[in-house]
Design a protein around this ligand. Structure first.
Ligand code: NAD
Ligand code: UDP
Ligand code: UDP
Length: 343
């Protein structure tokens, strides 16, 4: 038995997640749903580098083959075009469940599909985890706190969410996904982990996904005005993607279920973010105010005490260092500039 070629013919179905003695190989078998997306593809890179065998399951709604193409041809890597709303049979040790559009523009595009992905998709992946005894990690979101009345947000806060608003398909979908995760843990003994991810940015974000960092960076590069919604005084806390991936892996490997906030506590108003983008890309970039979207949370900042204490994790990359790393990737993709290949 070799992990390299046994992805679909693994011999220990129903092994309760424990690999029989003598069969322990150097790598784990891991599914990453949504692995062709922004966060997923960076996670896949780290797992592949560690020597694991990785199966990416993605329907390519917002993901791209380009994000994982560099693993094609590696016998430890497999890519399956599959929608998690449909059942799936696989044998693996761990499931990182990321499949779900994350940008408000994308998740509002087909809200019913977003709910189905969060509810039916998560149910299927939990059913899979239960059958094969795999450990399951859910990537939930800071949006479960809604427009928060507590600041910064602690994991014990239950949130302030509009159940009938335009963001509900995502917020309530993720809240239900968390509920399902805990019920499979309590009811079926599935080993679970829950991460509540705060705004994350970095290379490979969709250029026109409507999120604020990708918008500002693309706009500054194209010499277009930076579009600030509302008065620009609303806040977010921006985490560089490598910090998030480190947190997700520590959470999966650790002993604690969570939920854990994973985010960078550095808090910025959208006007301050625009300023950092100006300093990084183009000091002459103009700012243009636009009406804000419905139900936009006024502020958001993670309390990460729990992750610090129990996972020994905290972000290392401040916005001023992370933004330039993303800019060189965006520059290449916006202009196809072959001279700039630093990421
Ligand atoms: P993304 O849109 O880049 O990636 C999502 C991936 O899931 C894409 O590859 C997409 O094609 C795939 N997908 C969507 N629906 C699917 C379905 N029904 N079946 C199979 N695949 C499907 O977004 P991301 O930023 O990489 O986010 C990844 C996860 O992290 C999501 O669950 C998101 O909710 C969560 N999250 C992200 C952020 C952030 O700031 N990036 C913040 C909070 C939570
Ligand atoms: N499921 C799956 N793959 C599996 C096992 C289950 O996709 O290997 C799906 C299954 O189709 C079902 C869901 O997960 O829709 C929940 O499964 P579970 O066994 O918990 O519930 P049940 O099938 O009894 O409703
Ligand atoms: N935003 C903005 N200009 C843009 C896109 C977004 O000012 O071009 C604001 C948006 O109103 C929100 C914040 O930036 O207050 C973060 O939005 P994003 O869509 O990135 O993520 P969210 O945290 O809302 O999910």
């Amino acid at each position: 038995y070799r992990s390299e070629n046994s992805l679909s013919a693994a011999p220990f179905i129903n092994s309760g997640g424990k690999i029989p003695l003598g069969l322990k190989t150097k790598g784990l078998r891991i599914v990453v749903t949504g692995g062709a997306g922004f966060v997923g593809s960076h996670l896949v890179d780290r797992l592949m580098a560690r020597g694991d065998s990785v199966i990416v399951v993605d329907n390519f709604f917002t993901g791209r083959k380009e994000n994982v193409m560099h693993h094609f041809g590696n016998p430890r890597f497999e890519l399956i075009r599959h929608d998690v709303v449909e059942p799936l049979l696989l044998e693996v040790d761990q499931i990182y469940h990321l499949a779900c559009p994350a940008s408000p523009v994308h998740y509002k595009f087909n809200p019913v599909k977003t709910i189905k992905t969060n509810v039916v998709g998560t149910l299927n992946m939990l059913g899979l985890a239960k059958r094969i005894g795999a450990r399951f990690l859910l990537t939930s979101t800071s949006e479960v706190y809604g427009d928060p009345l507590q600041h910064p947000q602690v994991e014990t806060y239950w949130g302030n969410v509009n159940p009938i608003g335009v963001r509900s398909c995502y917020d309530e979908g993720k809240r239900t996904a968390e509920t399902l995760t805990m019920d499979y843990h309590r009811g079926a003994g599935v080993e679970v982990r829950i991460a509540r991810i705060f705004n994350t940015y970095g290379p490979r974000m969709c250029i026109d996904d409507g999120r604020v960092v990708s918008n500002f960076v693309a706009q500054a590069l194209r010499k277009e005005p930076l579009t600030v919604y509302g008065d620009g005084k609303q806040t977010r806390s921006f985490q560089y993607v490598s910090d998030l991936v480190e947190g997700l892996m520590r959470l999966m490997e650790g002993e604690h279920i969570g939920p854990f906030n994973l985010g960078n506590p550095g808090e910025f108003t959208m006007l301050e973010l625009a300023q950092v983008v100006q300093e990084t890309i183009d000091p002459n970039a103009k700012i243009e105010f636009r009406p804000n979207t419905e139900d936009d949370p006024h502020k958001r900042k993670p309390d990460i005490t729990k992750a610090k204490d129990l996972l020994g994790w905290e972000p290392k990359v401040p916005l001023q260092k992370g933004l330039p790393l993303m800019v060189s990737d965006f520059r290449q993709r916006v202009f196809g500039d072959e001279k700039d290949s630093s990421t």
